[in-house]
Design a protein around this ligand. Structure first.
Ligand SMILES: [Ca+2]
Length: 414
């Protein structure tokens, strides 16, 4: 905002006044008032927008907390029931998620002596995968030197919806395609209380710029929805060979007891490389909030990214720890992949994943932190207090997909 430039009226004490100066002064004051009003309006609009975003995110979090609280109540009841029921079930399991995984051995000299390539960890999107070589954006161009991002005009985004009533207000949708989480696209659809439907959706059709890069191949889609965990990413499709198809592995296999389909956190999908130019994303909002005496559905995204990602083909190693007590027998180890549905192996052929998508061994941690492999015989009557599963991840041998490991489960008996 600029500083005022008008000067005192120019009326001298006991002297003649200049009508020119007087008029000029009045004009200056008027222009400055106009500018002040404009700035004030702009501030008000910014505040209203910020307030709406906070209200939407807050409502989403409240609903999420309520669901978590209910879930804890159910779990507590189950534990009580289990304690009352004897004998205990003969097998137990422990699950370690990506947040617990490591790519370095606890013992430094052992770590230095293993030159195996390490997996890439992404706790934000909840997986470990092959070491990444490059990620090429398909919706924007980034200047590597200045970091400046340019969203080309050829990127086209159209917005459709199933409902027809209500009042729809959108902010700039291209704010969701500029590589920054600080800028949002937000749609607010308001209804009178009496005419408010159960849900509101938005169907985005995205046409990628064709001459941004030298090919149209993509294998990665990222959606950071708004409000996060407060809106559903109901579908992601691409147009391939003149037909809309759901992206392979859209239903993520994330083992969590809380459905990430109903409460969508930020999500990333990796699938086989495919040349496509059009992508369709459906967002659904089922929880309207009260806003200015109306019911308002808020949908949007901080960022939607489309990429071609290239990985090391030699594979990557990741370590998963398990804290154990007493004497136990290891029964089996399960690997849970977020993008299981994008593998070339049929869902019924899970037994073929070992040896193709991954290999593993179980190690026990010695006092000095060194990890030593357990032989098959040592699976029984084991009493090591900390076990590690050392997993090697490989690209799918038939479609090249990088496996996204989200959890490892250890089954054991007493
Ligand atoms: Ca953005």
């Amino acid at each position: 905002m600029r500083m005022p430039t008008s000067k005192p009226g120019g009326a001298r004490f006991r002297g003649p006044t200049s009508s020119h100066e007087y008029n000029q002064n009045e004009d200056d004051k008027y222009l400055e008032l106009v500018e002040l009003y404009q700035q004030s309006n702009k501030n008000l609009q910014d505040l209203q927008e910020a307030h709406r975003i906070v209200v939407a995110e807050n409502a989403a979090l409240q609903a999420y907390i309520q669901m978590l609280t209910d879930r804890i109540g159910t779990l507590e009841q189950k534990i009580t029931d289990m304690q009352g029921a004897l004998p205990y079930p003969p097998t137990f399991f422990q699950t370690s998620f990506v947040q617990q995984m490591a790519t370095h051995y606890p013992n430094i000299s052992q770590d230095n002596s293993d030159s195996t390539l390490r997996a890439d960890m992404d706790t934000e999107y909840r997986y470990a995968t092959l070491p990444m070589i490059a990620q090429i954006p398909k919706t924007y161009v980034k200047n590597d030197l200045t970091g400046e991002i340019i969203v080309p005009d050829e990127l086209q985004v159209s917005l459709g919806r199933s409902n027809s009533g209500g009042t729809v207000v959108d902010t700039n949708v291209y704010e969701a395609f500029n590589g920054s989480d600080d800028t949002f696209w937000e749609r607010v659809v308001t209804y009178d209380f009496s005419s408010c439907p159960d849900q509101e959706d938005v169907i985005m059709e995205i046409t990628l710029p064709s001459h941004l890069v030298n090919n149209l191949n993509i294998n990665t889609i990222v959606i950071n929805p708004h409000p996060e965990r407060g809106v559903q990413v109901a579908n992601v499709e691409y147009l391939y060979e003149d037909a809309w198809q759901q992206i392979p592995g859209f239903q993520q296999n994330d083992l969590a007891t809380i459905s990430t389909a109903l409460y969508s956190p930020r999500k990333k999908w990796y699938f086989p490389q495919v040349p496509v130019q059009k992508i369709r994303i459906t967002l659904v909002q089922k929880t309207p909030i009260d806003l200015g005496g109306k019911k308002a559905f808020i949908l949007g995204a901080q960022e939607i990214g489309v990429y071609l990602t290239l990985f090391e083909q030699g594979g990557g190693m990741v370590l998963t720890p398990f804290e154990m007590t007493g004497l136990y027998n290891i029964e089996s180890v399960e690997h849970v992949f977020l993008n299981r549905g994008a593998f070339s192996f049929d869902q019924k052929l899970d037994n073929q994943l070992e040896g193709n998508i991954f290999d593993y061994e179980i190690l026990k941690e010695e006092i000095d932190g060194t990890l030593t492999p357990l032989s098959g015989r040592e699976w029984s009557g084991q009493f090591a207090q900390r076990l590690w599963v050392r997993t090697m991840l490989y690209p799918d041998p038939y479609n090249g997909v990088n496996p996204c490991l989200t959890a490892v489960r250890l089954n054991y008996s007493r």
